[in-house]
Design a protein around this ligand. Structure first.
Ligand SMILES: Cc1cc2nc3c(=O)[nH]c(=O)nc-3n(C[C@H](O)[C@H](O)[C@H](O)COP(=O)(O)O)c2cc1C
Length: 176
């Protein structure tokens, strides 16, 4: 089976480590492209050897074109700035461009907006995108999976994101 192509963009909100762990726990048979801003992460910090790193400034990267045929895109964490741009169709960097490509190609797009509380503008942007089929999945803690540590809580959230994208995982204890 051909490996599926996944793009993960890490934007300037709190929770950069969640985006990094989302990449690190991925199954090996997925082709992973990661977009990082210059101050977010370094090349060495990824354990998954299949990762291709792209600078968010590199608007000419392969993944910028719909013809590259990315299967799913995730922005984790997603700043309110990036959320607003995606909701308005602005593609001024590689992260916002890949989101626009996912929308136009009608591929899976997951956004993990990170802010607390959310403003009415942010909620309006989320509502608009959710109505277009975008998966709006903020990093919300769940207390029913018996997570005893921060690491387990993070695995629960990442596992829920994988579930939403159809990526098999056993990262958390499911409710039985
Ligand atoms: C320490 C720090 C923490 C921040 N946390 C958040 C956050 O949790 N959510 C958010 O929407 N913006 C947050 N911001 C603001 C964004 O970084 C800022 O809006 C930036 O322009 C986002 O750019 P980007 O969307 O291109 O990554 C934070 C900024 C700083 C300096």
């Amino acid at each position: 089976m051909m490996p599926r192509k996944l793009v993960v963009a890490i934007t300037g909100a709190s929770g950069v480590q969640l985006g990094k762990k989302f990449v690190d726990y991925l199954p090996k048979d997925i082709e992973v492209h990661v977009i990082v801003s210059d101050n977010a992460l370094t090349v060495e910090s990824f354990e998954n050897k299949q990762v291709t790193l792209h600078s968010s400034d590199n608007i000419a990267a392969s993944i910028s074109s719909g013809s590259f045929r990315v299967d799913m895109t995730a922005i984790i964490p997603c700043s309110m700035n990036t959320l607003a741009k995606v909701a308005c169709g602005i593609s001024d960097n590689l992260a916002t461009r890949v989101a626009a490509v996912a929308l136009k190609e009608q591929k899976k797009l997951l956004l993990a907006p990170r802010e607390l509380p959310f403003s009415a503008i942010a909620l309006e942007n989320m509502q608009k995108l959710a109505a277009l089929g975008v998966i709006i999945a903020p990093p919300v803690m769940g207390y029913y999976s018996e997570s005893g540590s921060l690491e387990e809580m993070e695995k629960f959230i990442i596992g829920k994101w994988y579930d939403a994208l159809g990526i098999p995982n056993a990262l958390f204890t499911r409710w039985e």
